[in-house]
Design a protein around this ligand. Structure first.
Ligand code: ADP
Length: 192
């Protein structure tokens, strides 16, 4: 299955995606994680994106497209993948369509839904536990704003294609994972 996981910052995408990937035997490809690793390693890409990511802004569609194209060309992604963090803008949807070409398609898009107040609380908690450089109040608000303006429209595109699956992202990690499993089983049964 070729899956996307989608939702606002703090919705729990990374946590759930790691579990889904392990469960279904497909690679979990997180663009946020790839960028953070690039920044930490001090690579040329890392140098280019550091300030953008730390401010909560979006890296350019072109740079992201190249990164994802290279990753999806790896052999482990041939039999399925779970993309987390891409596509994040309407143009990135087109880029992904082009990368997948005629013989691969997105089977299901999981959209994790969590109310805004809870998102901010979760991200502030994560800030004190993990110390991610983009988890501070100012950047969190900027990321939520960017999400609403640039990323939320992506849901509409997949909704029109009939592959969007909303999942309630509140409750415990296990509860959310159980809901996701049910949604994916249903999608598979419907022939996705
Ligand atoms: P979040 O938890 O805020 O959803 P991610 O870990 O997915 O964050 O991504 C962290 C940051 O990496 C984003 O705020 C953004 O700066 C950058 N980023 C990740 N994926 C993309 C993308 N597809 N397009 C542009 N920027 C991206």
């Amino acid at each position: 299955m070729n899956l996307l996981i989608f939702g606002p910052p703090g919705a729990g995408k990374g946590t759930q995606a790691a579990r889904i990937g392990a469960q279904r035997g497909i690679p979990h490809i997180s663009t946020g994680e790839m960028l953070r690793m690039a920044v930490e390693s001090g690579s040329e890409l890392g140098e280019r994106v550091k300030a953008i990511v730390e401010r909560g802004h979006l890296v350019s569609d072109e740079v992201m497209g190249e990164l994802v194209e290279q990753r999806l060309a790896e052999p482990d992604a041939a039999a399925g993948f779970l993309l987390d963090g891409f596509p994040r803008t309407a143009p990135q949807v087109e880029i992904l369509d082009r990368i997948l070409g005629d013989d691969r398609r997105v089977d299901a898009v999981l959209m994790l839904e969590v109310p805004d107040e809870e998102l901010v609380q979760r991200l502030l908690r994560r800030a004190s536990v993990e110390g991610r450089p983009d988890d501070n109040r100012e950047t969190i608000e900027e990321r939520l704003r960017v999400y609403r303006a640039r990323t939320a429209p992506v849901a509409g595109i997949y909704q029109e294609r009939g592959v969007l699956r909303a999942v309630d992202g509140t409750g415990s990690i296990d509860q959310v994972f159980t809901r996701i499993e049910a949604v994916l089983d249903r999608a598979a049964a419907e022939g996705a």
